[in-house]
Write a protein that binds this ligand. Structure first.
Ligand SMILES: Cc1cc2nc3c(=O)[nH]c(=O)nc-3n(C[C@H](O)[C@H](O)[C@H](O)COP(=O)(O)OP(=O)(O)OC[C@H]3O[C@@H](n4cnc5c(N)ncnc54)[C@H](O)[C@@H]3O)c2cc1C
Length: 404
């Protein structure tokens, strides 16, 4: 079934001009690694495999970065969707701390890429703020602060008395330098540009419609009949995994976003910090390079026909009111409204690695709120794995970790 996972005026494909169009596949080709999916995840994989001198091809069924990459808020932060104490029943504090550390490693890798190849995507390192406006949740945030502080992460506990923000805060954890933000569309295109200059091949409008495994490798068939032969295939198709496996990955919901028109001096008022509240479902806020505010939230269970206008309008309206309540002094006009599927897992981590029953089928699925950072880790660890180096941390993201 062709399910629609993104809907509305997707901000990042609206505010950006097309930087490059890639050709579609018109012949049979050979490679070593076939990456299916040309979103930010596929581009990250392409970059790391290419960097490690591994022959790789990316096949994208429609256009580069037009899936959830076109709407991801791109709050890049090491913390997970849920607080450590909530996650404890699905995993361990040690694993949670390790995930935080890996998140920081992924953030550093993005910064390294930007430093080396230029900041073409409004990348900015910022603090990250998790807060509540409810007295009753104060203890929960104190616990989160304690976990992170004891792990040596640079955090500050915020209360009414030291609240640097204009909005009401009863308690909050401010992660110093714990976050970043960028334009995911431009980041994806720059990753591909850099990698294609060094030999990566990318095909747009080239849907993979069949997969056949043999003793020596794998052959994928594309929509107009041309085939790509490789040693392994990596699924970087976001929420479209049915072609490759019957395995169910994560629980899908729909999340809603609105983005304002550019606002003067927004960074002065707001410090440019990535913000998330402690509601269930939570709301998340960031500013963009051209001084807009994006606010997201209002998550509901995902249904393929959920994109109905009335429901969307209600959710967008609630987000707009929330934003206006938070920043009553700002002149807020909404320019973009969009929503899309989002998948979460019990331990808030994505899936990276080999299929347990098929060593030629690999996954890089950045599920959870930190999808982009997980994709970075996937790029690093899977390219090493291809070269025979097993990273111990891959265990955290094992595809079959929830199988009983
Ligand atoms: C509203 C929203 C907010 C989010 N906010 C954040 C955030 O703040 N931080 C964060 O880290 N993550 C966030 N996420 C998650 C984030 O979207 C993902 O981590 C990331 O964008 C996923 O990129 P992707 O490349 O895996 O998926 P996609 O961008 O969807 O790319 C998958 C690609 O695969 C292609 N494809 C599918 N099937 C085939 C096939 N058979 N053949 C060829 N190509 C195929 C699709 O066309 C698509 O282009 C958010 C998600 C949503 C929806």
């Amino acid at each position: 079934m062709n399910i629609q996972y993104v809907q509305g005026d997707c901000i990042f494909t609206r505010i950006n001009k097309l930087t490059k169009q890639y050709e579609y596949l018109t012949e049979n080709i050979d490679t070593d690694v076939i990456i299916v999916g040309g979103g930010v995840t596929g581009a990250i994989l392409g970059y790391y495999f290419n960097k490690n001198n591994i022959n790789a091809v990316i096949l994208e069924k429609s256009r580069i970065a037009h899936g959830s990459t076109s709407i991801t808020t791109s709050l890049l932060q090491y913390e997970l969707d849920s607080n450590a104490m909530m996650l404890k029943s699905y995993t361990s504090i040690d694993k949670i701390i390790r995930s935080y550390e890996l998140g920081i490693k992924a953030l550093d890798e993005i910064e390294e890429f930007i430093d080396k190849y230029g900041n073409t995507c409004d990348f900015k390192k910022v603090d990250s703020f998790l807060y509540t406006a409810k007295d009753i949740e104060k203890k929960e945030l104190e616990e989160e602060y304690k976990v992170r502080n004891e792990a040596g992460l640079p955090v500050e506990f915020i209360e009414k008395g030291n609240n640097p923000f204009s909005f009401d805060v009863k308690a909050g954890v401010l992660s110093k330098g714990g976050g970043a933000k960028f334009d995911p569309y431009r980041f994806t295109h720059n990753l591909l540009k850099v990698s294609c200059e060094k030999g990566l091949r990318v095909y747009e409008n080239t849907e993979v419609v069949g997969v056949n495994y043999s003793e020596n490798g794998v052959t994928v068939e594309t929509i107009y009949g041309h085939k790509v032969k490789g040693k392994i295939v990596i699924v970087a198709t976001g929420y479209n995994t049915e072609l490759f496996t019957k395995r169910a990955f994560g629980t899908k919901s729909t999340t809603f976003n609105i983005a304002t028109r550019p606002i003067n001096n927004i960074e002065d008022i707001y410090n440019g910090v990535n913000v998330r509240d402690n509601e269930v479902p939570y709301n998340y806020i960031r500013t963009t390079g051209d001084n807009r505010i994006i606010i997201g939230g209002e998550d509901i269970n995902f249904l393929p026909d959920i994109f109905n206008e009335e429901l969307c309008s209600k959710s967008y309206y609630k987000l707009e009111q929330r934003l206006k309540n938070l920043f009553p002094k700002l002149s807020i006009e909404i320019e973009y409204k969009y929503c899309g599927a989002f998948a979460s897992t019990q331990d808030n981590l994505g899936f990276l690695g080999k299929d347990p029953k098929n060593s030629k089928l690999w996954y890089c699925l950045g599920y959870g709120a930190n999808g982009i950072l997980f994709a970075m880790l996937g790029g690093i660890m899977l390219s090493k794995l291809y070269l025979g180096e097993v990273d111990e941390d891959l265990k955290l993201f094992k595809v079959d970790r929830f199988d009983s």
